[in-house]
Design a protein around this ligand. Sequence first.
Ligand code: WT7
Length: 658
Amino acid sequence: MSSAGQSGTESATAEHPKAYPPPEEFAASAVATADLYDEADADRLAFWAKQARTLQWDTEFTDTLDWSNAPFAKWFVGGKLNVAANCLDRHVDAGNGDRVAIHWVGEPGDTRDLTYSDLLGEVSKAANHLTELGLQPGDRVAIYMPMVPEAIIAILACARLGLPHSVVFAGFSAAALRSRVDDAQAKLVITTDGQFRRGKPAPLKAAVDEALGTGDDAAPSVEHVLVVKRTDHDPDLNWVDGRDLWWHETVGNASDQHSYTAFDAEHPLFLLYTSGTTGKPKGILHTSGGYLTQIAYTFKNVFDHRPETDVFWCGADIGWVTGHSYLVYGPLSNGATEIVYEGTPNSPNEHRHFEIIENYKVTTYYIAPTLIRTFMKWGREIPDAHDLSSLRLLGSVGEPINPEAWRWYRSVIGADRCPIVDTWWQTETGAMMISPLPGVTHAKPGSAMRPLPGISAKIVDDNAQPVAAGEQGYLVLDQPWPSMLRGVWGDDDRFRDTYWSRFAEQGWYFAGDGARYDEDGALWVLGRIDDVMNVSGHRISTSEVESALVGHSGVAEAAVIGAADETTGQGIVAFVILRSGVEDRGDAMIDELKAHVAKDISPIAKPREIIVVPELPKTRSGKIMRRLLKDVAEGRELGDTSTLVDPTVFENIRRRNS
Ligand code: WT7
């Protein structure tokens, strides 16, 4: 369960009210009003059909939902559209070509503004070159890039051509990239020569070369690697003739005119790999019409979006679903002006985000609680040194937000006048599902409040019975929604097993989170109930880290848990048993194991703590008792140890730990 310590039961005081109504002025002119709930309740499918019609369709859909082959949904049946045209051409055609789409800020301080016309031109060039490479609708393209404009251009070029993209976070290892390229059988990989990391250029293409291999080991599906020159720092950059192409020499010389074709509403738009309870990440599949409908709708209503005057900023990386939905498709389908920032929040120093807000007059700011808690640690004098008065709405995403961080966010960043939207959703849901409406909801710090209009959720027990207020249960989605995942790439069984088997009889989607309603009917998401950890809003499975650890020659066995962490929500704590004959070299060994995990998966998966133990606590059936390890890691009294084969293992673990 999550650590963030939200209680929801604390009593209200004048200083700490239980709920925060929207400021009067905000409510008076809000984009979304309470009528939206009534409208959706009256006829859910008609409501979604109406939302879908705000998009540009080349062929009208004939049916809103076909659920006859559940859990494989078809939304907006028979409709045809082009997702990229909805994000670009539509706005240019409406006379908004000169509006800035992206204010890009590079980590070293270089900047670039792209209007909607510029972006359309760039995407057209990329689309023309990808066509020239022989890619056909349906072919997969892997994108392994830092936050440069070309990453968004590449994503939209794929969407324009009906090429499902698979963005792989540029912080992931070569091994992680390879397994994703192989699973999706990607024909093209788009990358950069390098990326800036805290002020220094670091290689990136080198990881692609390592991932794709050579000779017998070469990734069989990949025909080309398209390389954007970003850092230009490496005179010895490896180059595979015939396979590798420079972006500026190819896309750069292509025509900026491209006419699109429309694709079926259910045409695959992208795959995004995410951690589950097993070691193997799953390729979550999203399609076109339903995804874009719910993304466009939630962006507009939850962010109270005003295309003429707002400057939106989502702090997520394109490697995660938040980046896909609210850095690419949500803002651009709404014709928004947004910030795209390449670097980390503390390069060159902790003022970076606040400088950007001040310089670009950001109105809407959407980040993860872990970053809010980091800002808290840095101290309020940093945001206080800046004029943040342009802000009018704040958002939170990725993990439960603790009430203290919520209040700090509201008062220090939002000057007590900006509503906060705490948005619950998942890679699988594609778009926001549970969230306040900023002009309507009396938001409670730490609660995602209630399902958005058009969305239905329940909290139930093992027998699918609704739990009483205050009781914890499983969060389920009991009605299909337009941006729902359409499957797990290449693995229909896993799709059914993971999400639809727990409440198969009812046909409900099982989200994997625990939740409860409070006495006022507000919904509190409590965190994952499975073996998935949430570290800084990133999903990492315990077994993924365990298999990386046992992949080290010195490790015989490993058990990994997510322990409460003040800043990152959860921190990874690993208990390892060394192989016999392997000498425990103390800190050197621990450092080596940490580095091994960082290299094997990603630095984000690096354990906060590794504890070498002689034994692991196991049940008689051989299952590792993670719950007890969590007690140890969080320094609690041990829970029930009666089912352990050998209750004395804890004596040893504690002795080692202290
Ligand atoms: C898991 C999904 C949402 C996009 C980024 C993460 C947790 C997400 C909240 C929230 C409490 C949240 C859940 C969920 N989560 N948002 N507002 N309050 N928990 O996407 O990597 O697919 O992770 O993140 O545990 O299941 P993801």
